[in-house]
Design a protein around this ligand. Structure first.
Ligand SMILES: [Zn+2]
Length: 184
């Protein structure tokens, strides 16, 4: 999935963990584990969205779509980084794989220890070999693969809208407006 989707999932997980778990070390540990796992689940779900494996710089749609995704990612980080960085970091962490792998291609360098997408491989192992995650994967794999269909980006747009709505909905009761922190 695209980064805005992972970010929103991380925010919701950190918020839920914060409401349930105390002390803070436990809250952050649970957030880290669940946010990391959420990345694998969303990436499995990516099969129903527009998600070609390789960048397609010849496609105007690909360029525009990914530009919008990049701007949205930056805006989300500006809005929520301070409050939810722990959830955001772990929900997005596996994509460090692509920074290393594509970075080596772009800069013509070679890092022997990072030729593979290690974190995605780990998530792939979990979701394809470890019950009960395998059950979820089996359900998702029944869905059609739309990775190369540009219209399928609408599924991800819809998912982002729902997650965003959930983030906003829950912040009404506990957000900074209704419970202002003391100014330092
Ligand atoms: Zn990923």
């Amino acid at each position: 999935m695209q980064e805005p989707t992972h970010i929103l999932a991380g925010i919701l997980i950190q918020r839920a963990a914060g409401a349930v778990f105390k002390p803070r070390a436990v809250e952050l540990g649970v957030t880290a584990a669940l946010a990391f796992l959420s990345h694998g689940l969303l990436d499995e779900l990516a099969r129903v969205t527009y998600h070609p494996a390789k960048p397609d710089f010849h496609s105007a749609f690909w360029i525009i779509y990914h530009s919008v995704v990049a701007v949205t990612t930056i805006l989300f980080l500006i809005w929520w980084w301070k409050q939810f960085k722990w959830g955001i970091v772990f929900a997005a962490l596996p994509d460090v794989d692509w920074v290393f792998i594509h970075g080596q291609e772009i800069f013509h360098v070679s890092l022997p220890f990072y030729r593979q997408s290690h974190l995605h491989d780990l998530l792939h192992f979990i979701y394809h070999q470890v019950p009960p995650f395998t059950g979820l994967t089996a359900m998702i794999e029944r869905l059609p693969s739309e990775r190369h269909n540009p219209w399928a980006c609408l599924w991800e747009v819809l998912l982002v809208a729902v997650l965003w709505w959930l983030v906003r909905l829950k912040s009404k009761g506990s957000g900074p407006k209704s419970a202002p922190r003391k100014a330092k």
